[in-house]
Design a protein around this ligand. Structure first.
Ligand code: MG
Length: 169
């Protein structure tokens, strides 16, 4: 049995993960438009990951005896100055996700809701990975920004990214 507060917060996070997929689709579309198909692929895979995150919340709510409520959301940003700007926007988005996951964990901890705390542990670990991935790519792009050959090489590298959900999911 989840409290109304916790159940609502979990549902909100599910919707925010769906929104994250949307935000990454906008970044993918920008990269496609710039003919950077590898960067676009990176963001398309990221969007798939976000839908997978949302479905974890959907399934957890269901397992706990609640129905997920699907909500609409504002349009994500569609304007980017550069590839670097898209990645910086992505990192700040992930920092916001981390803030929200921590807030959710605080509620679960306050209520001593151990099942939810165990469920959220995966997301706490995942956010360390997400922030690190974007941080590393930003530093790489900053280093090679003025070297178009190097940018194309990174684009080719990111074209190889595929969606691989973890085995226990
Ligand atoms: Mg996510």
């Amino acid at each position: 049995m989840l409290s109304e507060k916790l159940h609502t917060a979990l549902n909100e996070q599910m919707n925010f993960e769906f929104y994250s997929a949307h935000a990454y689709m906008a970044m993918a579309a920008y990269c496609t438009d710039q003919d950077y198909d590898g960067f676009a692929n990176f963001f398309l895979v990221q969007a798939e990951e976000e839908r997978f995150h949302a479905m974890k919340f959907y399934n957890f709510l269901s397992d706990m005896g609640y129905r997920a409520t699907i909500q609409g959301f504002e349009s994500p940003g569609n304007h980017f100055e550069s590839i670097l700007d898209a990645f910086k926007t992505a990192l700040s988005h992930e920092k916001e996700v981390t803030r929200r996951i921590y807030n959710l964990s605080d509620i679960a901890l306050d209520e001593r809701e151990h099942a939810t705390m165990a469920f959220l542990k995966w997301f706490i670990d995942e956010q360390v990975e997400e922030e690190s991935t974007f941080d590393t790519l930003i530093r790489k792009i900053e280093r090679i920004e003025s070297d178009s050959n190097a940018v194309f090489m990174l684009d080719a590298e990111l074209a190889a990214r595929t969606f691989t959900p973890d085995a226990e999911a």
